[in-house]
Design a protein around this ligand. Structure first.
Ligand code: ADP
Ligand code: MG
Length: 822
């Protein structure tokens, strides 16, 4: 017989695929000797079977009940009876974390007999009423699909007096729930605890396929066929007494990454209250009694060392005894990811390679992303535009139009607006709105509430627990004290400080990256074996690029001349040269090059500077002509060596600039579109006199075909990846710079590889040929953002020298360090 169930004590914690993340974590905690309420896991295979066949696998029910008997023996409690009744939680847990997306049923196993026994065992009928109403509401909602059955029952349970008869209390709540269910879906909560258990297991299986779970998986690229495991575990009660409660802690701050326990605790509550964001909990360091806090601290520190990662831990206290209910790798902001990786490596908890694996290129990009200017914020504060301050849950500074529900958020975002979603509280039903929004703000909930956790997973700026806010969905207004903002008003949100402002701010690039990022990038550079050159145009760009970790620089003659205001002169010279090839026109270009490259090369000092020669194709020249209102003949310049005098002029200018900048300057000039060894050799001859090293920028499959000979004729070789991809796809290179029509093609499945962001299989063979070049330094010129995967792929193909846009320097340094560290 295939064992579909495994106890926490016997399961292999490494088998996450079958146990799910939650089951695996509970198995590990149990086996580490921590206090975990006993239980077992129904493996994911059973869920897959259920979803395919529509019923429980044969023998599963028997196995579930055999395990139940074992649990009864182990706990000394009885399921559905006294003297002490065993109550269960039935919890979902997928192999890949999907927080809050699937169902969990607590307090299961309560019938009239168990309720009476529980009252006797605890001497607290009000507690029993709380348990009964929680169970009924949860079962009705999650298993039977009733709509919001909770509130009426809560009122009823709250009205129970300490001397009421537990049997009658049970009947009252049961009847009220029944009545609601009859009006709603016509089904009943089964009063047989065993039937409850099977019903709950099936419901957890089904919750794998709810709309919100599917949306979450689509968004995060999680396969739909994994299935969820089910954890069946005996309950502990945080809602039992004043010295009970429940909480969630992170072993470090998941927002900033700062060391030290960070979390929340709510006395006299059941865990669901904190997670759902219904009540706002207190900081754990203030709310938890000292001995418990100490125990939690010690355990968390040990667990962090064991796992080599920052953890998110759910716990419950029952009558001053601490129980662990869940452990998982903590979701964190990009800022926190960087700081945590740097700190854990610094402390020696993890190896450098592991630290690099904890951060992605995309997270580095987020850390250096734009925000508000301090002065603007100070001015807004002084002008009274600060509306309120909540709890910062995910950093970021965003402005946008206020929207009050998730459907509208999606609608407005699709219409191209930046929106800030304000909600009293969020639930999984808000996911589409949260994905659409630039920022999220809620009135209730703490930093472990649904809104906070989901926002961090999405990387969306978020503020929670802004309790001064009242979202009036009828009037379509957001009310803050005596201020009323209609939906659609401009607001600004700071996810780090928790501030919400009236009005919009301009966003700008922040100053230098944080110290933690620099620390991590030092590790990446030490572990890496690659060279990164950053693209610059002005002398002022040089220092920031080198500070970001660039080993050298790249630029283009036409870019530099355009940026320094010489476009008119350049175009005029080109036109003059086109007419009569007069030496004077080219001398003028040589002068401009000398003038503008002297300060650039001086700023670069001894760093290598790769310079692309003027290469204006007819279209661009025509555009320039229009811009500059010069209306004579169009020069056709797409074949650079068709005009040797132009190349010679640039070489003269560069040689003069290098001399003027001092002996250390290391420029080289490269020509685009070289596809023939003869052209490469002609370039070498032309350059001999100037003493400036030269080489080719290969952009075509033909160039790749001849790459060995082209390389042999030059001092350097560059391959322009985007141009090569465009050529292989047969697309104009410009099409790779825009969203349309490629986005649409990809969405409709008419194109299976996005040439803007990944390397096409048809290009890989060409790259292999290029990577074999040994006769001179070989570099890849990359454009736009470079994903972690692409960087790793190019590294694996053997490339070790890259040129990127300046903003991509840090992300690429990290990605390459990561690729090299394995
Ligand atoms: P999720 O996957 O959404 O985090 P969980 O299965 O972790 O759902 O359950 C939600 C909450 O229910 C937990 O945070 C925990 O506080 C509470 N809970 C789950 N199991 C138990 C249990 N055995 N005893 C007490 N509380 C529990
Ligand atoms: Mg949980």
């Amino acid at each position: 017989m295939i064992r579909a169930t495994l106890t926490f004590a016997e399961a292999d914690p490494a088998d996450v695929d079958r146990l799910g993340g939650k089951g695996a974590g509970l198995a590990r905690l149990t086996q580490l000797g921590l206090r975990v309420p006993p239980g077992y896991v129904i493996a994911t295979d059973a869920c897959r079977h259920y979803l395919q066949v529509g019923g429980l696998p044969e023998g599963l029910a028997d196995e579930v009940f055999t395990r139940l008997e074992e649990l009864e023996r182990a706990s000394g409690k009885a399921f559905g009876s006294g003297p002490v009744p065993l109550l269960l939680s039935v919890r979902s847990g997928a192999p890949i974390s999907m927080p809050g997306m699937m169902d969990t049923i607590l307090n299961l196993g309560i019938d009239r007999r168990a309720a009476v026994a529980l009252a006797q065992a605890t001497g607290d009928v009000r507690f029993v009423a709380d348990v009964v109403r929680r169970f009924h509401a949860m079962y009705a909602e999650t298993v039977l699909g009733a709509l919001d059955p909770g509130q009426g029952l809560e009122v009823l349970a709250a009205a129970v007096g300490p001397d009421d008869d537990p049997g009658e209390v049970y009947d009252r709540i049961w009847a009220a729930c029944e009545k609601q269910l009859q009006d709603d879906c016509g089904e009943s909560v089964p009063d047989d605890p065993r039937a409850q258990l099977l019903g709950a297991v099936e419901a957890v299986f089904r919750s794998w396929n709810t709309r919100r779970a599917r949306t979450y998986r689509d968004f995060h690229g999680i396969p739909h066929d994994l299935g969820t495991a089910v954890v069946v575990q005996s309950m502990v009660f945080g809602n039992l007494s004043a010295d009970s409660g429940s909480g969630v802690v992170f072993t470090r701050n998941p927002v900033t990454g700062a060391p030290g326990l960070f979390g929340e605790y709510l006395a006299h509550s059941q865990g669901e209250d904190v997670v759902a964001g219904i009540r706002t909990p207190d900081p754990v360091a203030e709310a938890l009694p000292a001995p418990l806090l100490e125990e939690l601290r010690t355990t968390c520190a040990e667990l962090e060392r064991t796992y080599g990662d920052v953890l998110d831990i759910e716990f419950t206290v029952e009558r001053s005894t601490l129980y662990f209910l869940q452990v998982r790798s903590a979701k964190r902001t990009a800022e926190a990811a960087v700081r945590i990786a740097a700190d854990l490596a610094g402390e020696g908890t993890i190896a450098p390679a592991a630290a690099l694996r904890m951060v992605t290129a995309e997270q580095v990009r987020q850390v250096q992303r734009p925000g508000f200017a301090d002065d603007d914020v100070a001015e807004a504060r002084a002008a009274g535009r600060l509306l309120t301050t909540g709890i910062g849950a995910c950093p970021g500074q965003v402005s946008g139009k206020l929207v009050l529900d998730s459907d509208r958020a999606k609608e407005r975002a699709e219409a191209g607006e930046a929106v800030i979603l304000a909600r009293p509280v969020t639930s999984p039903a808000d996911l589409h709105g949260m994905i659409a929004a630039e920022g999220i703000v809620t009135a209730t909930g703490g930093s472990t509430s649904h809104a906070a956790v989901v926002a961090r997973a999405l990387g969306t700026t978020c503020v929670v627990g802004a309790s001064a806010l009242v979202v009036d969905e009828r009037a379509r207004t957001l009310v803050v004290g005596d201020r009323v903002l209609p939906e659609g008003s401009e607001v600004s949100l700071d996810g780090a400080t928790g501030e919400l402002f009236e009005g919009a701010f301009p966003v700008a690039t922040p100053a230098a990256a944080t110290a933690a990022l620099d620390g991590l990038l030092r590790i990446a550079r030490r572990s890496g074996d690659s060279t990164v050159l950053a693209r610059v145009t002005l002398p002022a760009d040089v220092a920031p690029a080198l500070a970001a970790g660039a080993d050298g620089l790249v630029t283009a003659v036409d870019d530099v001349l355009a940026a320094t205001g010489h476009i008119d002169g350049l175009v005029q010279s080109l036109l003059d040269g086109a007419d009569d090839m007069s030496a004077a026109a080219f001398d003028r270009i040589a002068e401009l090059v000398e003038e503008e490259f002297t300060p650039l090369l001086a700023a670069a000092g001894g760093a290598e500077v790769g310079i692309r020669a003027i290469d204006l194709v007819a279209d661009e020249a025509r555009e320039l002509l229009q811009q500059t209102a010069v209306t004579t003949r169009h020069p056709a310049l797409s074949v650079p060596l068709g005009r040797p005098a132009l190349v010679a002029a640039q070489l003269r200018g560069l040689a003069a600039a290098a001399a003027a900048a001092g002996g250390a300057a290391r420029p080289h000039l490269a020509l685009r579109h070289v596809s023939d060894p003869a052209e490469a050799r002609a370039l070498r001859e032309l350059a001999a006199e100037s003493g400036v090293p030269v080489g080719a920028y290969v952009t075509s499959p033909r160039g790749v075909h001849h790459v060995a000979e082209i390389a042999a004729a030059g001092d350097v070789l560059w391959l322009e990846l985007r141009a090569l991809q465009a050529a292989v796809f047969g697309l104009p290179a410009r099409q790779l710079l825009t969203a349309e029509p490629l986005d649409d093609y990809l969405a409709r499945g008419l194109l299976t590889c996005d040439p803007r962001s990944s390397v096409d299989p048809a290009v890989v063979g060409l790259l292999e040929r290029v990577a074999a070049v040994r006769s001179c330094p070989l570099g890849l010129r990359l454009s736009g953002t470079v994903s972690q995967e692409t960087a790793a792929q190019l590294h694996a193909l053997g490339f070790r020298r890259f040129a990127v846009d300046a903003a991509e320097t840090r992300p690429l340094v990290l990605a390459l360090g990561r690729a090299a560290a394995g």
